[in-house]
Design a protein around this ligand. Structure first.
Ligand code: UDX
Length: 459
């Protein structure tokens, strides 16, 4: 049976939305989810994507997929320097994307009227292409509004001398960006730090020039930052999140999901007794950090489900760094997979906490399932999200960038088995209720989505 959330509940409008995927998991997922939502609102959907990290089109039989060459040479896509890769692709994709978009526009018919392009802001070159073809472009920013504004403030942070970060100033508050501390400022490692700033400036400028911004967030979660964003960006702004709650269940996962962990969770006797551990699709740890996490988990005495992505431990393929006998010593308390069906895991009654890197998707997914967090952010927006989780929403503990077994062990016990952990669980349940309400009829995200639909039809 077709999933009701993606069935064409409205008659086809004859209008088509063209969405261009940024080929990284944390960006692909919300873009495909937005596409599903727009499809359910009556739009036809065309997905333009690169060969690199192409989505599984068979999961979306209702979409038209248009692959384009990404111009990458062999080996370039396997870099861990994502900034350098994205800078490069903003050059190599220009011609293939322009050719693809102009063909889609010239092939328009009365049943298929392209009305808008939606891209990730990282694809900043697409604004010039859209302008050249006289076609509107909107932007889906997949991060939080707070981290987006902190991102835009990086040139100012440099001007004010906070960046590059000095060790002696790590604990200082940043009065321009409360509640952030200097150590939370977006650090994105790249061989050329100037690349990062250039990319940010190009993104912000082309967002200014776009026809509108869409955020995967909801008004009640970030009211002051949303107001600030509206003051700063003179274009229509829509908050339609949490997007995954409105979208179809079809998987945008770029990796095969190991569902055996759900059966393992089913066997757990006590509700909320398992800590789920995952650091998203990009984070990489050193061997030493990996061992600290492993011993922290083992010594905590709590049950845990741990996602260890192959290649996510520098220099190792998968689990070879674990000392022999480590897994047997857990006596069934731990389960490790390469990639999990995360939504199902977080929604499982046996899960009571989430040790996370605070990617925005993971953070929102935890809020939506009412699972309190233990924050171990690595880079970029994760640092801002973690500070908000800890200081602003108070629904998680912050490890303060200490990847040490004793800290991890103590924090796990606090989260899973103390009054403080219980308070966070209650707070995140209240936030979950706000998220649910925003999606209901008359709720802020529901209304914003209605306005977005009307706006798209108006082009
Ligand atoms: C990246 C950035 O790191 C993140 O900070 C930014 O906000 C978005 O882009 P990523 O690191 O992958 O994303 O983190 P996140 O945003 O949390 O996205 C990961 C997605 O993969 C989530 O939707 C999560 O549900 C999914 N996932 C993760 C799985 O389905 N299975 C897993 O085992 C792990």
């Amino acid at each position: 049976m077709e999933d009701p959330r993606i069935s064409p509940v409205k008659p086809r409008l004859g209008r088509e939305i063209i969405l261009f995927l940024l080929p990284l998991q944390g960006h692909v997922t919300p873009m495909l989810q937005l596409a599903n939502i727009l499809y359910s609102r009556g739009f036809s959907i065309t997905i333009v994507h690169t060969h690199f990290n192409s989505p599984k089109s068979s999961n979306y039989p209702h979409f038209n997929f248009q692959p384009i060459p990404d111009g990458l040479l062999e080996g370039q896509a396997s870099t861990v320097d994502f900034v350098a890769l994205l800078v490069l692709m903003n050059v190599t994709c220009v011609v293939p994307f322009r050719d693809c978009l102009s063909k889609l526009l010239s092939d328009a018919s009365k049943d298929r009227i392209p009305c808008c392009l939606i891209t990730d802001p990282v694809w900043h070159f697409t604004q010039a292409v859209a302008d050249e073809l006289n076609f509107p472009r909107m932007v889906l920013r997949t991060s939080s509004i707070s981290s987006f504004l902190a991102f835009c403030a990086l040139p100012l942070m440099q001007e004010k001398g906070y960046l590059p970060i000095q060790d002696s100033r790590l604990e200082e508050a940043v009065p321009e960006l409360p509640p952030l501390k200097v150590k939370d400022l977006h650090v994105i490692n790249s061989k050329d730090p100037e690349d990062v700033l250039r990319l940010i400036i190009a993104m912000a400028e082309t967002m200014w020039a776009s026809s509108g911004l869409i955020f995967n967030s909801f008004e009640e979660l970030e009211p002051t930052k949303l107001a600030e964003c509206r003051r700063g960006f003179p274009v229509p702004i829509f908050t339609v999140g949490p997007i995954h709650k409105l979208s179809a269940a079809s998987s945008g996962s770029l990796f095969p999901q190991d569902r055996s962990c759900i059966s393992w969770l089913d066997k757990q006797e006590r509700p909320k007794s398992v800590l789920y551990v995952s650091f998203g699709s990009l984070s990489i740890v050193s061997e030493a950090q990996f061992l600290e996490i492993a011993w922290g988990l083992a010594n905590s005495g709590q049950h845990f489900l741990w996602v260890v992505r192959p290649g996510s431990v520098r220099g190792s393929e998968w689990l070879e760094v674990l000392p022999s006998g480590f897994l047997e010593g857990l006596d069934g308390r731990g389960y490790i997979v390469k990639w999990a069906p995360q939504h199902g895991v977080l929604a499982h009654p046996a899960v009571g906490g989430f040790l996370t890197h605070n990617g925005w998707n993971s953070t929102l997914e935890a809020i939506c399932e009412g699972v309190p967090m233990m924050c171990m952010p690595f880079h970029g927006d994760q640092r801002v999200n973690a500070r908000y989780v800890n200081n602003e929403w108070r629904v998680g503990l912050h490890l303060e960038y200490k990847v040490e077994r004793k800290e991890i062990e103590d924090a796990i016990r606090k989260l899973m088995a103390s009054d403080e952990g219980e308070e966070m669980r209650e707070k995140i349940k209240a936030l979950k209720r706000k998220a649910d309400e925003s999606l209901q009829d008359g709720g802020s995200s529901c209304q914003s989505l209605q306005k977005l639909t009307e706006y798209l039809v108006s082009f």
